[in-house]
Design a protein around this ligand. Sequence first.
Ligand code: PEP
Ligand code: MN
Length: 348
Amino acid sequence: MELKRPFIIAGPCSAESEEQLVSTATALAAAGKIDVLRAGVWKPRTKPNTFEGAGIKALPWLAKAKELTGLPVATEVATAKHVESAMAFDVDILWVGARTAANPFSMQEVAEALRGTKKPIFVKNPVNGDVDLWCGAVERLAVCGVENIGLIHRGFSGYGAGELRNAPMWHLALEMRRRMPDLPMICDPSHICGCRQYIADISQQAADLNYDGLMIESHINPDEVWSDAKQQLTPDALSALLDGIKWRAGESSSQSFQTALMGLREQIDSLDREIMQLLSERMGVAEKIGRIKRENDVRILQTVRWDDIVDRALARSASLGLSEHFLRTLLDAIHIESITRQNKVMNE
Ligand code: PEP
Ligand code: MN
């Protein structure tokens, strides 16, 4: 599927009323910066007794917003019934949400309901960081003859939860892109962030990682929102945010740029070789430790020693200009490999 770049989808998390949807859509269309209007009709909510979407009665509101603004409309589908209803109202683009993409039974049901459709169907990443599962969701659609498939990266729950609602884990989205290079991929910074303040930064990162576009939540009145209140931007705020994003080129033919880039890449390659060499030597030492531990009947793990290594490294994080998170992740990987190597030696 070929998309205009950048391809921008925006609109409220949920369609709440005709008035709310039409006024949001009108303001978004007037700014002239978006390609598609989104609005959730069926909402997968974490807790019961919360607003679960207006349901079928919202579909005419989408049709009205489309008629008044000329914007194509998009909504989320999670069951065969949703697909059938959305199709009956000629919703232009459908997406499969993160919870549905994580469930093979639901995914299969949706794929079969979509059999042979020419409409663009976007698949969000599953809530858990499982690229195979994301691929599987796409493959189920493809097997059912769905031709126009796109990807939406909306972050992964749980792991590394911090300031952001869902950890972006960019490397997983980039791995998905590597495996499915022909599918366009857009980023949903609203669900990654969970609050307004980081949306611009995450959007810019997506632009710089060569994403094809963005899906951002926008509501005419963020103070009175029925779902995902903290992450809705007013149409004006969205417009300003979109103006601030730089969609930079993939290449430059400037000779001085090419020369400088080549020089820096050589430095990187040489540093990488040194890092690998040092890691190899470090693992060799770990094996020697494993051997003397075996000879002296001492177990592998000494927690105090490891805590000490981590504390000393983290204390240097500022002076090294490396984040604590990065150092910890790196040391964890080294530690796991060290333990594996010592284990092997122990039990030779
Ligand atoms: C949404 O887009 O409103 C939504 C429910 O997203 P996700 O499936 O990414 O949680
Ligand atoms: Mn939402």
